[in-house]
Design a protein around this ligand. Structure first.
Ligand code: UDP
Length: 309
């Protein structure tokens, strides 16, 4: 049994991880300022967890008792939010990371940092391995997220070198599933396309739709996190994502098919700095025994069911 702190535990990935940890008999304290997370995400476990409403960049967070693991998932994670709240996003992954690392060190707990495939920018090696150094615009509109995640990784490594922090860095590729935040404010592609298709409204593809992403269903992603908690090697960095690239126009067509929609596809301008390709070299996590179980069609159907319900 582990005592764990999940920062951002009321968010999309954080709440799914909290549920799995509770199901496996661990103790969880969630720290979240509810800026984008929702208490309703924790409905099924609310009587079994501790909850502290706090901002990791600004508030003193005092935890009584021991901790074995601190997981830092506290950040807004969509382009629309990075553009609307660039300072908050930049600080949550830098200053906020520093504050959480200090808690981990004080408690002699392992620290897991939720980083992102965004640190690769617009990669010219796809599937991208963890050793790829990145191709980014540090002044672009995505930079408050990308660069602060990079700095969050650097800080993790700095505390490891100087203070002996035991850490694992995870780089998440695109993940989707229930509780992913939707609507114009969040604007993630799968959420938008499914809602548009279910309403028989036009599917809004940006650019030509030839840009690719690799999509992993949330249960596969969280199983991978759990595997790293149990078997990940301290000091290592792991991609979590599939190596199957799907173009956005193919995704649009698949969503139309799976939902049986009458929607048409409409094309508009590609946002600036939108990465052209993304796919994970996942050999490191695969070597630990991870393989995604839910393909895109099945995952889209599950998403549709969850929206119907
Ligand atoms: N996208 C799109 N139409 C939309 C929303 C997104 O074509 O209505 C594209 C977007 O330009 C990007 C991809 O889908 O190429 C994934 O976008 P998302 O914001 O979900 O994730 P990210 O770009 O952060 O990987």
């Amino acid at each position: 049994m582990m005592n764990t702190l999940i920062a951002g535990g009321a968010g999309f990935l954080g709440s799914h991880l909290t549920e799995l940890l509770i199901a496996k008999g661990h103790n969880v304290v969630v720290v979240d300022n509810l800026s984008s997370g929702l208490m309703s995400n924790l409905e099924s476990v609310k009587d079994k967890i501790g909850f502290i409403k706090a901002d990791i960049t600004a508030d003193e967070i005092s935890i009584t008792g021991g901790l074995d693991l601190v997981v830092n998932m506290a950040s807004r994670a969509s382009r629309a939010e990075w553009e609307k709240y660039p300072v908050e996003v930049a600080l949550s992954n830098s200053l906020g990371s520093s504050n959480l690392i200090k808690i981990a060190l004080a408690k002699k707990a392992r620290y897991i940092f939720a980083s992102t495939s965004e640190v690769y920018g617009n990669p010219d090696v796809v599937p991208t391995p963890e050793t790829y150094k990145g191709n980014l615009n540090h002044l672009g509109s995505r930079a408050p997220y990308d660069e602060s995640k990079i700095f969050g990784e650097t800080l993790t490594k700095a505390y490891e070198a100087e203070y002996g922090l035991e850490s694992i860095i995870i780089r998440f590729f695109n993940t989707y599933g229930p509780r992913m935040r939707g609507g114009d404010m969040y604007g993630r592609v799968i959420d938008r396309f499914i809602k548009q298709a279910m309403a028989n409204e036009p599917i809004t593809v940006y650019g030509t739709g030839s840009q690719t992403r690799s999509f992993t269903y949330v249960s596969d992603t969280i199983n991978a996190v759990m595997l790293l908690i149990e078997k990940g090697k301290p000091g290592e960095i792991y991609n979590i994502g599939t190596n199957k690239e799907l173009s956005i126009v193919e995704l649009a067509k698949t969503v139309i098919e799976v939902t049986g929609s009458k929607s048409e596809i409409v094309y508009s301008e590609l946002p600036k700095d939108d990465p052209l390709r993304r796919g994970a070299d996942n050999s490191k996590i695969s070597a630990l025994g991870w393989a995604p179980e839910i393909g895109v069609r099945e995952g889209l159907a599950k998403m549709m069911e969850s929206y119907r319900a």
